[in-house]
Write a protein that binds this ligand. Structure first.
Ligand code: SF4
Length: 186
């Protein structure tokens, strides 16, 4: 098992534990609030990117072209919070859910000591005293394990390396890249 696969498994164990104790947990199908409120363009390790690529190459070409266009728009000046360029806004679903980054898997189930909780829905339940028994995951430990997998790059950088020529025309919605055009890793 790869380090990333083991990390996914450990996160999923924590997620299922919390879900098991709280079947009405707000994170789940039908909630895409966090995908609308990104602080930054998603950052991924190389292994995360390779997994995400599998999901991206399975998308319809038109959809992938839209993702590329929305991602290119994020490369310029933008106000925060950001809308994830991968989110399918018509359904509120993540089209690469099985391949999503670690940050998306931990959101709502892990906390950092100095930053607390981010989801307002969860924060309000904590404030009301409904989640006092939750054993939260430690996000600092997750970050430490990710750091051990090498440097991270923004999703924009990974796309540029994948299809540099097409990315040079950011607003064009053209033919989606063929897997054969994937650039070798540096
Ligand atoms: S990658 Fe998927 S789960 Fe993560 S923020 Fe984007 S749409 Fe949401």
């Amino acid at each position: 098992m790869t380090l990333l696969a083991q990390l996914h498994l450990d996160i999923e164990t924590r997620v299922q534990s919390i879900r098991g104790e709280h079947p009405d947990w707000p994170c789940g199908k039908g909630c895409d609030r966090c995908c609308h409120r990104l602080a930054e363009v998603p950052q991924l390790t190389a292994e995360e990117w390779h997994l995400l690529q599998e999901g991206l190459t399975a998308l319809p070409q038109e959809r992938l072209a839209e993702v590329r266009r929305d991602l290119a728009a994020l490369a310029g000046p933008r106000s925060r919070p950001l809308l994830c360029p991968l989110l399918d806004q018509s359904t509120g679903a993540c089209p690469v859910y099985a391949q999503r980054p670690v940050a998306c898997r931990t959101y709502g189930f892990y906390v950092q000591r100095d930053k607390g909780l981010y989801c307002q829905e969860i924060e309000s339940r904590v404030a009301d005293g409904f989640l006092a028994d939750v054993v939260w995951g430690n996000h600092e430990a997750i970050d430490h394990r990710l750091a051990g997998m090498g440097e991270t790059r923004s999703l924009i950088e990974w796309f540029k390396r994948w299809v540099p020529d097409e990315y040079a025309v950011p607003t064009a919605v053209g033919k989606a890249p063929e897997p054969s055009k994937i650039s070798p890793e540096p």
